[in-house]
Design a protein around this ligand. Structure first.
Ligand SMILES: N[C@@H](CCC(=O)N[C@@H](CS)C(=O)NCC(=O)O)C(=O)O
Length: 216
C-alpha cells in the first residue's frame, strides 16, 4: 500500500493544518504541491479528484477526502499509534471537535475575511470592524488557553495543529497579540509540533504577499 498523497499549498492555512496533523500523527505522506497563485487547482486532472478544487485534498489509496479537519481526524483514526491526537474518550473528543469547529466556522473565517480582499480584491487596509471581529475570536481562544496548556486539554491534539496553522497565517501578517498572553505562550509551545518550521515558511510566504498589498 502506498503512502497517502496530500495535495498541498504551503501558503494555505487549511492545507498547512492537514500537513501539521499528518506530521504530528507520524503518517508518511507524499506531498503533491498545488500552486494556487498559478491557478493550478482548476486543472482537469485535479478537478477529477476534487470537483470543489480546494486544498488540502487527501488521496489514500483511491479514497479521496477534502476539508482539512476531516482529513486530520481521518489520519488520526487510521494511522495514530495511540489516541493522543484525537482522543477516544467521548468528552475529550467532544472538546477537540468543538475547538476544530470553532476554528473552521469562526477563527479561520475571520482571518480569511481580512486577508482575501487584500490578496485578491485590491483592498489596501484592514477595516476596523474586521479587526475587532478577529480580536473578539482571539479573546475566546485566549480564554480556552487560560485553563489548559493546549487548546483542548493538557496534551496537543489535532485542534492544536489546525489552530496553529490558522494563527501562523495571521501572525505572519504581523497581528498584535499583546492582549492575548495565553495565545502567545501557546504559540511558543507550538514550536515543538512536528513540521512547525515548514508551516512557518509557508505562512511567511502568505504573510509577505498580504503585507506587500497593505498601505504602509
Ligand atoms: N474549509 C476548507 C477550506 C479550504 C480552502 O478554502 N482552501 C483554499 C485555500 S486556503 C483553496 O483551495 N482555494 C482554491 C479554490 O477553492 O479554488 C478546509 O479547511 O480545508
Amino acid at each position: 500500500m502506498s503512502a497517502p498523497k496530500l495535495y498541498h499549498e504551503p501558503r494555505s492555512g487549511p492545507s498547512r493544518g492537514a500537513f501539521l496533523a499528518a506530521k504530528a500523527i507520524g503518517v508518511p505522506i507524499e506531498i503533491e504541491k498545488v500552486d494556487l497563485m498559478k491557478k493550478e487547482q482548476p486543472k482537469e486532472s485535479f478537478l477529477k479528484i476534487n470537483p470543489q478544487h480546494c486544498v488540502p485534498t487527501l488521496d489514500d489509496d483511491g479514497f479521496i477526502l477534502w476539508e482539512s479537519r476531516a482529513i486530520a481526524s481521518y489520519l488520526a483514526e487510521k494511522f495514530g499509534k495511540d489516541d493522543q491526537w484525537y482522543p477516544k474518550d467521548l468528552r475529550r473528543r467532544a472538546v477537540v471537535n468543538q475547538r476544530l469547529y470553532f476554528d473552521s466556522s469562526n477563527l479561520y473565517v475571520k482571518i480569511r475575511a481580512i486577508c482575501y480582499p487584500i490578496l485578491f480584491m485590491g483592498e489596501t487596509e484592514i477595516k476596523t470592524a474586521l479587526k475587532d471581529d478577529l480580536n473578539n475570536s482571539l479573546k475566546f481562544l485566549d480564554g480556552f488557553l487560560s485553563n489548559t496548556k493546549w487548546v483542548a486539554g493538557d496534551n496537543p491534539t489535532i485542534a492544536d495543529t489546525s489552530i496553529c496553522a490558522s494563527m501562523s497565517s495571521i501572525l505572519a501578517v504581523g497581528w498584535d497579540l499583546t492582549d492575548f498572553p495565553n495565545i502567545q505562550r501557546w504559540f511558543k509551545d507550538c514550536a515543538s509540533l512536528p513540521g512547525f518550521e515548514e508551516n512557518l515558511e509557508g505562512a511567511k510566504t502568505f504573510g509577505d504577499a498580504v503585507k506587500k498589498n497593505l498601505k504602509q
